[in-house]
Design a protein around this ligand. Structure first.
Ligand code: LER
Ligand code: MN
Length: 273
């Protein structure tokens, strides 16, 4: 399994991301600490200078683990479930632009998390808004299939969305959309809130599991809370998961320390037999 540091050059009010600021500094820190890749969270694709960033990552021997799109929702209020067609259209256009960037960066997967938005409690409205989400997603899947990029649907806890909280719900939706590029992103912070048994849910995702946000119960880096990280890693190993584990976590006690603690803790557990 490969390890990724999370980073953003974009201005965001709140985001559980370890490094903020210049991309050259983030890439240098990731390489220095021995990470395999970097997970990029961008408000808009042009928040990075793609040619320079791609070259620098290559220079450091780092891969792009994933592109996060949640800032389109949190900063710009663009979501797939909005009742306004123009907003949904802009949300799709934003994701399509991220897919094109991901293809340029060597085929990193693109996350579909908070950009789904929420569907509300009214039964009729709720069904309509799920249809909107599905329609937007289908557009994005067609572009992703052409570009050779995977899309990652992330179950997110009930305090942030009502549009797919559990692994089972999101797997059901993945089956309905039925695109070979659609995978599941398992985030252990959300799973700790929503799942009955985190390891059983990972096994349920099986070969549909495309990416992991390995985060502790308090959203700090693993080793700082009460998640059974050993059991999670053992389950992933048993499943033959060979993808990235990304530390999408709060930068506590400070970004550098969190980045160091996370990689040391997980590398030690992975070295155990
Ligand atoms: C995105 O990956 C995520 O986990 C959201 O909860 C961000 O707030
Ligand atoms: Mn996440």
């Amino acid at each position: 399994m490969k390890l990724a540091l999370t980073a953003t050059p974009s201005q965001a009010r709140f985001a559980p991301i370890l490094l903020r600021g210049q991309m050259d500094e983030a890439l240098a820190v990731a390489a220095e600490l021995g990470y395999d890749g970097i997970e990029l969270h961008l408000r808009v694709p042009d928040d990075i200078e793609r040619v320079a960033v791609n070259r620098l990552a290559e220079h450091h021997g780092l891969g792009f683990a994933m592109l996060g799109t949640g800032m389109a929702a949190s900063e710009d209020r663009l979501t797939f479930s909005d009742t306004d067609f123009h907003i949904r259209h802009q949300a799709v256009e934003r994701v399509l632009a991220h897919i094109d960037l991901a293809a340029y960066l060597g085929g990193a997967p693109v996350a579909i998390g908070l950009i789904r938005g929420s569907v509300g409690k009214d039964a009729e409205q709720c069904a309509v808004r799920w249809e909107y989400v599905q329609e937007c997603l289908l557009y994005c899947c067609r572009r992703a299939e052409i570009q050779g990029v995977d899309l990652l649907l992330e179950p997110i806890n009930r305090y942030e969305t009502d549009c797919g909280n559990t692994v089972a719900e999101v797997l059901y939706f993945i089956e309905r959309v039925n695109s070979p590029c659609l995978k599941l992103l398992a985030d252990t912070f959300h799973m700790n809130i929503e799942e009955v048994d985190i390891c059983a849910s990972l096994r349920l995702a099986g070969s549909r599991l495309g990416h992991v946000h390995l985060v502790d119960s308090n959203r700090q880096v693993v080793g700082h809370g009460h998640l059974d990280v050993h059991a999670v890693l053992q389950t992933l190993r048993d499943m033959g998961y060979g993808g990235y584990l990304s530390f999408e976590a709060l930068p506590l006690p400070d970004p550098r320390q969190a980045a160091e603690d996370a990689i040391r803790y997980v590398r030690a557990l992975l070295a155990e037999r």
